[in-house]
Ligand binder design. Sequence first.
Ligand code: OOG
Ligand code: MG
Length: 256
Amino acid sequence: MSLSNQEIAFLLDNAAQKAKAVAQVSAKQSISIKDAYAIQKTSIEQRYTRGEKLVGLKLGFTSKAKMEQMGVHDMIWGRLTNSMQYKNGDDLSLKKFIHPRAEPEIAFLIKKDITKPITLKTAPSVLIGIAAAIEIIDSRYEKFKFSLEDVIADNCSSTGFVLGQWYDPSTDIADISMELCVNDEVIHSGSSAAILGNPMQSLVDAVRLSLQYGEPLKRGMVVLAGAATPAIYLKKGDKVEARVKTLGKVGLKVVK
Ligand code: OOG
Ligand code: MG
């Protein structure tokens, strides 16, 4: 028997809350992209009923490196809530997660409520700042395996993020080096240009999607551009850091 969208939404929310993986939904029943976004919405609404607040959006699969690592082919978007945010340098306890991974990102801080599409040229005018970031992703599916529809329903694996210092929106981020380091060793490196040719394009797309889905970006919200490199699994004792040229460093310490 197939599950309703609401049942899938509750299943995924529960899996996240209990840090216990569930079977891939698409292995048993087919869901459309439209269903998947509806499931994500219902699942995140469960968080709102527990007092969490929407604080931004994330884009995923905006680089070839990420699409290849996860075997999917299209850009996706998910929601960020206040409970997902860590402070730079915080401890990250493995207990809260199933099989967490980290990836280096670029974040944008929105200056005004955005009611119409923007372009690469006008993008900096809607921003307060740009920062280096790390996203923590933790698929609620066993073995971190999913279809595009599965991962959309699962809020695009989003589970945490940490932001570095904000820099001026005019900072040139089109082609800057991005490194993911563990205990000061560079594990993955790439260029921000791997993100849609320019991570600013992620912001343009985030605005387009937010308008399309009727949840426009508001002043104070954060947008994560999507990773330029593959993600890495986290282990106890790891000091994980993103180092982004001109945007500095941001990191977390992984504890039990
Ligand atoms: C899905 C999330 C992808 C990114 O930056 O591309 C993503 C996943 O890899 O589990 O966040
Ligand atoms: Mg990401």
